[in-house]
Ligand binder design. Structure first.
Ligand SMILES: [Zn+2]
Length: 103
């Protein structure tokens, strides 16, 4: 499982790219990026990574789908970076396999 530093770096990098693509504005992109970094480690704070199969609802595909819907509704504001950071965490965890609860 990726560690905190990896989640933070990936979230900031993807947040910066997405922020510029979405807003084409430096200030909005930076706000989006910083907010993305704030929630990049939140899932593991909600559900401690004690082992690779520990994940519960806050690491599930159902919760990811809910977040994508929320992101699509909030994308007009850089505050959506909070949701984006959480999503990058889940996608990075999913990319590592082994712990993908459906619910
Ligand atoms: Zn995680």
């Amino acid at each position: 499982m990726p560690n905190k530093k990896t989640h933070l770096l990936v979230s900031l990098l993807l947040g910066l790219i997405a922020g510029f693509l979405l807003y084409n504005d430096l200030i909005y992109a930076l706000i989006f990026t910083l907010l993305s970094g704030l929630t990049a480690t939140l899932p593991d704070q909600l559900e401690k990574p004690t082992h690779s199969l520990h994940r519960g609802f806050f690491h599930s595909i159902v919760f990811l789908i809910v977040l994508v819907i929320v992101l699509s509704l909030l994308v007009w504001t850089p505050l959506s970076g909070l949701v984006f950071g959480y999503i990058t965490h889940l996608l990075l965890d999913f990319a590592r396999g082994k712990h993908k609860p459906i619910i």
